[in-house]
Design a protein around this ligand. Structure first.
Ligand code: OXD
Length: 310
């Protein structure tokens, strides 16, 4: 069984080595050197892979994302019919995202942007003392990543709220769901964190209407996908002071174009899709597990519900 591997050239070899370390019999073909298309039965792909190319492999049965997200594999034209899609669930990915969220929640909560600004101007001035128990942190998405980050905020004493598409309950988190739930939660979020999967339903969820429902001067943190944000609406909300600042790790498109206003905006923190980077050595066991299951005709793990989109 041959496996196609397609990702950034810089990490291709690291991926191959991590997989071969667990199963030296794997026949891994580094895209675009795929050999005979009919050999390929599984493909491990990151965002740049052209989905039309996947139609060249008549025996392809499994497509594995190289991250927690799978939107890059479901965008039109989607995976070839009959091909299963699996995502990664990895403790290191979850931990890293939790750290990035916490970094930015604390940055905003502790007025770090303001103090950096004061330092640049040599201004010695105390700002009003921040109170953890009064800073409400709302999460859009309580999946693997959202639930973990929400728990971290909770453990520090922030009141935590969470919104999901369908009802969900999580200890210590005030949960909301559906469109009415979203409208009810947003006015109560001093800091809003987006960790949703990107689907047709969640695309553009951070827009003029939803941002206007936040309390004035709220903060926005997006570690999910750039497609969740309507950039012009967020920039307008920053301009008007409706949103006090934003931390953004993801953009549409990526890389963020050099002339994009986010780069130089004094109230926007930009990181280059680096909040939670997949470490091949850490995820290789579950990838190999799925390849072995595929070979043996056993049920696959971490499968994505294609109709739901995550
Ligand atoms: C992921 C990501 O999907 O890094 O894991 O964005």
């Amino acid at each position: 069984m041959a496996v196609l591997l397609s990702t950034k050239p810089a990490v291709m070899e690291e991926w191959r080595a991590a997989l071969l370390a667990l199963d030296p019999t794997l026949d891994i073909r580094l895209y675009p050197e795929v050999g005979a298309p009919q050999d390929i039965e599984a493909a491990i792909c990151w965002t740049s892979h052209d989905l039309a190319d996947l139609r060249r492999y008549p025996r392809l049965r499994l497509l594995i994302s190289m991250g927690a997200g799978v939107d890059h594999l479901l965008r039109p034209p989607g995976p070839p019919p009959g091909v299963a899609v699996a995502r990664l669930k990895d403790e290191l990915l979850t931990t890293a995202m939790g750290e990035w969220v916490l970094l930015n929640v604390l940055r905003f909560h502790r007025q770090d942007l303001e103090y950096r600004d004061q330092q640049r101007q040599r201004i010695w001035r105390e700002l009003p003392a921040p109170e953890t128990a009064r800073r409400r942190v709302g999460f859009l998405g309580l999946g693997e990543l959202g639930a973990h980050a929400a728990g971290l905020c909770r453990s520090l004493g922030f009141p935590v709220l969470g919104w999901t598409r369908t009802p969900r309950s999580l200890p210590g988190v005030e949960c909301f769901h559906g469109p009415e739930g979203l409208a009810a939660m947003l006015p109560r979020c001093d800091i809003l964190v987006c960790l949703l999967p990107l689907t047709p339903q969640t695309r553009g969820i951070l827009n003029a209407r939803t941002l206007s429902l936040l309390p004035r001067g709220a903060y926005v943190i997006n570690g999910a996908r750039g497609g969740h944000v309507v950039d012009a609406d967020l920039l307008a909300a920053l301009e008007s002071g409706q949103v006090a600042a934003a931390a953004l790790d993801v953009f549409d498109p990526e890389p963020l174009p050099p002339d994009h206003p986010y780069w130089t905006h004094p109230r926007v923190i930009v990181t280059p899709h680096a909040a939670s980077i997949t470490i091949p050595r850490s995820v290789a066991p579950q990838v190999v597990e799925n390849l072995v299951r595929l070979r043996e005709g056993r049920p696959l793990i971490h499968l994505v519900d294609l109709a739901r989109g995550y």
